[in-house]
Design a protein around this ligand. Structure first.
Ligand code: HEM
Length: 217
């Protein structure tokens, strides 16, 4: 067996000079709603993206539950989209949403197995009118969630997402539109794509969070 010393050195150097792991999200200030979000573009088919944005209040003590605002912009061919706040499908609040005419339906779900998730009362949503709209190419919703950042995780653990640091979340996409789009209890078909990423909640922080929620309601 022969070693390529040059390649080995180059690989070692690459590891040594790589920056510390950084979040996959970027900060984004939404001119329409005024929220500062941590944003991630999730590729659901080659060259097409669903944009996920999360905004949080500032001055949250570690371990305390807090509200969050979620904004998702999806091309009109997206049947439903889901955000898993715990980074996995199971034992994690699932924010599932789809286009409903000129608006969107948000459905709160939770699963303890890789099966169709049940409705979940532990997280509740208020659609914010200003950031929720549809045009010929995209639908977008913006919603305040109470209960997305604290939940019962695997093994009955109490999980609270880090309000100032990195959290792993995941998405799911289905090309199939729900059968009853006006109902948050509609049946959904299984996803076609899932993936996870790291969100820096530190860059999602908003000093005037409550005021922005009111202004966009
Ligand atoms: C009819 C509804 C659903 C069914 C039958 C289902 C089933 C499954 C199955 C069998 C897997 C493991 C194999 C695979 O990756 O395909 C999986 C993974 C996954 N599902 Fe679902 N799912 C459903 C809805 C959802 C929803 C609403 C979300 C919301 C975000 C979601 C998020 C995920 C994620 C992130 C994974 C990969 C990571 C993990 O294993 O947790 N699923 N699902």
């Amino acid at each position: 067996m022969q070693f390529n010393i040059g390649a080995l050195c180059a690989a070692t150097l690459l590891v040594l000079v790589s920056p510390a792991h950084a979040a996959d999200s970027v900060a984004y200030k939404d001119p329409e709603t005024g929220f500062t979000f941590a944003q991630f573009n999730a590729q659901y088919v080659i060259g097409k993206y669903i944009t996920y944005r999360i905004a949080t209040p500032s001055n949250v003590a570690q371990g305390t539950p807090y509200d969050a605002v979620v904004q998702v912009a999806a091309p009109v061919d997206v049947g439903w989209t889901g955000l898993a706040w715990g980074g996995y499908m199971t034992y994690s609040p699932l924010t599932v949403a789809w286009q409903n005419g000129n608006s969107a339906t948000v459905s709160s779900r939770y699963a303890t197995a890789h099966q169709a998730p049940s409705l979940y009362t532990g997280a509740t949503y208020t659609l914010l009118k200003k950031g929720t709209h549809v045009n010929s190419t995209y639908w977008q919703y913006t919603a305040k969630c109470t209960g997305c950042t604290s939940f019962t995780g695997q093994g009955n653990r109490n999980v609270t997402l880090n309000p100032t640091g990195e959290n792993r979340v995941a998405f799911a996409y289905s090309r199939t539109k729900p059968s009853n789009p006006s109902s948050s209890g509609s049946a959904i078909q299984v996803h076609d794509v899932t993936a996870s990423w790291t969100v820096d909640f530190g860059s999602a922080s908003n000093a005037n969070f409550a005021e922005l929620v009111q202004r966009n309601a």
